[in-house]
Write a protein that binds this ligand. Sequence first.
Ligand code: SF4
Length: 512
Amino acid sequence: MGANPHKQDSERHLSDRFMPPAHPFDFDYARDDDCGDTLHEECGVFGVVGVTDAANFVALGLHALQHRGQEAGGIVCHHPDHGFNSARRFGYVRDNFTKQSLMETLPGPLAIGHVRYSTAGSKGQTAIRDVQPFFGEFSMGGAAIAHNGNITNADALRKELIERGSIFQSSSDSECIIHLMARSLQRTIPERMEDALRRVEGAFSVVAMTRTKLIGVRDPLGVRPLVLGKIGDGYALSSETCALDIIGAEFVREIEPGEMIVITDKGEIESTQPFRPRPSRFCIFEHVYFSRPDSIIGGRSVYETRRQIGVELARETPVEADLVCPVPDSGTPAAIGYSQESGIPYAMGIIRNQYMGRTFIEPTEQIRNMGVRLKLNVNRALIRDKRVILVDDSVVRGTTSRKIKEMILDAGAKEVHFRIASPPTAWPCFYGVDTPQREKLLAATMSEEEMREHLGVDSLKFISLDGLYRAVGEAEGRKADCPQYCDACFSGEYPVEPADMIEKGFVMKAAE
Ligand code: SF4
């Protein structure tokens, strides 16, 4: 490092600039036609050390994690001669981080990145300064940090930090970690990060970097995923294994709940457990919906777990019918499992338009009202005069389910039976998943029979919480006194008290 560490470490923002929408009518139907009727993972993180042009690997990793966030992406990298550089962009990874002119500005063997989905309240209001990774300069050098999850005491921390003189650059909760690190009296950046994260509550899978180290940390409950991979002499950290596959990295293991792993540019790994040990509470919805089906969680493919959910669903909720059809694409593995267990033929009764992404058609009210029809179409020849079981991953507000039911009946189906591969979603998530407010969740205000009437279907059944636990590999089901997973959006039992939300008036479920 040179005589002036600040000169060496200053992150170069030359490649960070505001990118307005490509066209005033550039309207993303793939996201907006669900009217908040789908749960969205809010972030994906990826980092790599010990490879030439690490930023290219990070761009590929982020592309594989695009399902976890489509609004914006960012990469920070470090080169021994060129210091830290960064780029943050709105939009898809493929539209930004494939340009040679941009990637040439991101040299070096160490890089981290982040893809972001904005929360319902901030959709379309995100500023480029809210796009991660965040960068901070400390007396011992610079550090960048990217975070997947949600800090449940961020408001209180932000208030305290501002009162003590911190100046925030963004509206993102994750910036609290940088300010807490700045106030720590520890000697090294990893030690400062430990210090900072001990003050943070909620769910956090963090990927961070210094000039020579890649760092990964999972919160003590391990709510959000983080995995380690090996590529040549280097290492990668990723939200999911599917992003290791795309760069040709070998899956090594999952980062343990509460573990901090520090990997040097020489390939040395140090693992510590900086937090008080607690039973893990991984997000069970990652199995149902968020993770890609080709990822591995807990030693089993997500696809196989979802197929097993369909098997359990068929055992718990049998019905006489002619066809089992998935609601594409997330209902597909569960529908296959339902069909295999029930013996009722599987059919692609609904076809997804694979190319329905961004469109330049002016989003008139009429086109908006087409909603689901722009994305999904019924295979009429298959459906006519049939009793159809539709398998979907979840029911959030119910608006999409109603439209799909209408399309199936319009196509001449005799009966429509909904089977749902998760229990009723009756509580919001405060751990990094975008959910509507509680009163907007159909299951928060209606019984199962009321939901059936509201959707206008012949039958509606959900997998039980115990059945879901069995399907994800817990043979004995859910342990009521110590659940093996976070299932708060179904049970209302929050493993970490959502302090900020309680302060804002959220009422938790009363203890039984
Ligand atoms: S509340 Fe639901 S979506 Fe959120 S972490 Fe828990 S299980 Fe996952």
